[in-house]
Ligand binder design. Structure first.
Ligand SMILES: Nc1ncnc2c1ncn2[C@@H]1O[C@H](COP(=O)(O)OP(=O)(O)OP(=O)(O)O)[C@@H](O)[C@H]1O
Ligand SMILES: [Mg+2]
Length: 349
């Protein structure tokens, strides 16, 4: 009896700690960069678009995965009405391209995780084709052929079609091409491209700069993919400084008692340490919040302890600088000045 009482008595200090850190961890700021990329994707994703494959790249900790999940959740929310009348619809899907531990990327594992998403919370066997619009349940295929790679692929195409999926987000997409021999890069992308075409979905590849760098190994791939850059907030651009400070302010406002309103005085330090990446800022501040609470109140020492070490920061900075160097020329688009109409008329004459 006594033991049970001890086990069930909650440790209040622990609950408080979890609560504050969780508030910060769950905070989602719709900051400038995120808004820009969401807007751009909104313009590029539409039925019949020619851009069957899009790519979102940015530094580690910029918030790419969070953005990807948000996009999918937003699309599902937008389609709520349609989903009410047709229970089988899943308008957007998020999957992670997992490293299989094998030499080559495992398409089998990949297709399987898409199917898992398309089945949503429906508790049914794995290999299926269509969806019953009344129940939203997948119609089961009992054919053993469907367990082959080709069968899985067909299942994915059909399920995407039946679910009326508009776009498929593939996070950590570098895994698809990382272990691939150079001459097979195009084949991997062609596989995705044909999946997009057959299933009538747009595919959004998400990853760090290594994704862009890997894609650039093949000029053909680079040419055929539209790239969006979820950039860090730079410390040498006035508007970036303001936008980053606004994010710090949100973290301060989310737990004012915890920080005793001290956080904003360290906005520049945080900008420098986190390299202007909001996800990294979130990780640092969640860590700091835990320390502040566990160790009995605000102290700048707790914030210092939570910062990235110089070594970590330098490594990330190098990745960012290399990544930006690679991606920026790829994003520059030149529009030649059109000849003015009078000179056009003259030349026509
Ligand atoms: N807009 C945001 N507002 C608040 N917190 C955020 C935001 N975006 C990301 N975060 C926080 O930062 C953490 C890291 O973000 P996320 O995983 O999206 O980064 P990433 O760019 O995908 O990094 P990686 O390249 O390492 O995969 C998230 O778990 C989340 O808690
Ligand atoms: Mg990520």
């Amino acid at each position: 009896m006594t033991n049970t009482a001890q086990i069930t008595t909650p440790d209040l200090s622990l609950i408080k700690t979890v609560k504050h850190a969780t508030v910060l961890q769950n905070l989602r700021i719709k900051h400038t960069r995120i808004k820009q990329v969401i807007d751009d994707l909104g313009c590029l994703i539409y039925p019949g678009s020619q851009d069957s494959i899009l790519m979102v790249c940015g530094p580690t900790g910029a918030g790419k995965s969070t953005l990807a999940k948000h996009m999918v959740a937003e699309e599902i929310e937008r389609s709520a009405r349609e989903m009410e009348t047709n229970a089988g619809i899943i308008p957007a899907v998020y999957v992670e391209a997992r490293a299989s531990g094998e030499d080559d990327f495992s398409w089998r594992l990949f297709y399987q995780s898409i199917l898992d998403q398309l089945e949503a919370d429906v508790d049914m066997p794995k290999y299926q084709y269509g969806v019953d619009p009344q129940t939203g349940r997948m119609v089961v295929s009992r054919n053993p052929k469907d367990r082959t790679l080709a069968g899985l692929r067909t299942s994915v195409e059909r399920a995407l079609l039946h679910r009326k999926t508009k776009f498929l987000v593939i996070d950590e997409a570098a895994h698809i091409i990382r272990q691939t021999r150079r001459n097979r890069l195009e084949i991997q992308l062609d596989t995705l491209k044909s999946l997009a075409n057959q299933a009538g979905v747009q595919i959004v590849l998400v990853g760090s700069y290594d994704l862009f760098q890997l894609m650039s190994l093949s000029g053909q791939l680079a040419r055929r993919t539209h790239v969006l850059h979820l950039e860090r907030y730079r410390q040498d651009v006035e508007s970036d400084i303001r936008a980053f400070r606004a994010c710090v302010q949100k973290f301060q406002d989310a737990a004012p008692a915890l920080w005793e309103k001290n956080l904003m005085s360290y906005a520049d330090v945080l900008h420098e340490n986190t390299l202007g990446c909001v996800g990294t800022l979130s990780a640092v501040l969640t860590r700091a919040a835990n320390l502040v609470e566990k160790k009995g109140g605000w102290s700048v020492e707790h914030l210092r302890t939570a910062l990235l070490s110089e070594l970590q920061r330098e490594r990330i900075l190098k990745e960012i600088v290399d990544g930006e160097e690679a991606i920026n020329p790829g994003l520059i688009r030149v529009m030649r000045k059109p000849k003015n109409s009078s000179s056009q008329q003259r030349s026509a004459a």
